[in-house]
Design a protein around this ligand. Structure first.
Ligand SMILES: [Mn+2]
Length: 301
């Protein structure tokens, strides 16, 4: 049995990719099952209920198993015991990380907007039929990762994939489909500050220290107006408890691509020159991968 494992703090791409890649491996005659490393978010719940698909089983230990990784190649995002697993394959669209393999592996790593865009092309290359359900999962993940094609990570391959997948999924009104997806993506009602920070938090080991950067995608920054102090306090707590050099959360208005950065930790002072009226605003910043984290790395060196 091959386990297909997305990253910690799973986002929609990580879950949809695990589901679709498992079916893809089954089409090759292999036994495969999708798993997840954490709770799914509201947007993913919306996608799975629209597609009528159950969430993958929760699984955080993979020692002794054969596995495929989807949507990451960083150890910090892998199961803690990944070194005791055999990595047979990777499908990913991030920078190459630091996982190691024992044997040669099958790696599909492309600079596109979403892992599901690569999976879609794998189906085409290997002439594997795409079910209506999997078409819905893949197009949803692509629209999520590219924020409805608005992110700078979006490529022509992502747009082409959605166009073909929408036909298979029989989605006629793509604009309405995107609107509903983005409403689910930016739904933070009832979430506490720690839950919000945790929602899409990623670890970035940097210069020998631990750094975390989260991102909260919003329809308007007003949604977190009353929570700034609590978010700040949660970042301070994380720095103390986990000995982090820096912790930040990007509050991103996905309609204007404006991001406010809340941050804490001993490296905080490195950013102070960018404060205006006590706020650090990042204009034209939608993507943590292509904009937020690269900029932060320059500041934190
Ligand atoms: Mn992704």
């Amino acid at each position: 049995m091959i386990l297909v494992v997305g990253h910690k703090n799973p986002d929609s791409d990580s879950i949809c990719s695990a589901l679709v890649a498992s079916d893809f491996l089954r089409a090759r005659g292999l036994e495969a099952t999708p798993v997840r490393q954490g709770e799914i978010n509201r947007e993913t719940q919306h996608i799975l209920s629209t597609a009528g698909v159950d969430q993958p089983e929760l699984r955080t230990e993979v020692a002794g198993e054969k596995i495929w990784l989807v949507d990451y190649t960083d150890l910090s995002q892998a199961p803690d015991d990944v070194a005791q697993a055999e990595i047979l394959g990777i499908v990913d669209h991030h920078r190459l990380g630091d996982v190691m393999t024992v044997n040669p592996l099958e790696a599909w790593i492309w600079p596109v907007g979403c892992t599901c865009t690569i999976l879609f092309n794998m189906h085409k290359i290997e002439q594997v039929e795409i079910s209506k359900t999997n078409a819905l999962l893949m197009m949803s993940a692509i629209l999520s990762d590219t924020v409805g094609f608005a992110s700078p990570t979006c490529t022509q391959k992502d747009k082409d994939a959605v166009q073909e997948l929408a036909k298979i999924a029989e989605v006629e009104d793509l604009d309405k489909f995107i609107r509903e997806l983005l409403i689910a993506k930016t739904d933070i009602k009832g979430l506490s500050a720690p839950q919000l920070v945790e929602k899409d938090l990623k670890a970035y080991p940097f210069n020998g220290r631990d750094v975390v950067v989260g991102q909260i995608e919003l329809a308007t920054l007003d949604q977190v107006d009353g929570m700034i102090d609590a978010l700040q306090a949660d970042l301070v707590r994380r720095c103390e408890e986990d000995k982090l050099a820096f912790a930040a959360v990007m509050l991103t208005d996905i309609t204007t691509a404006q991001t406010r950065l809340i941050y804490a930790g001993e490296w905080s002072t490195k950013l102070d020159s960018h404060l205006e009226d006590g706020l650090l605003m990042m204009e034209n910043t939608l993507s943590r991968k292509k904009q937020g984290w690269p900029w932060l790395q320059e500041q934190l060196v």
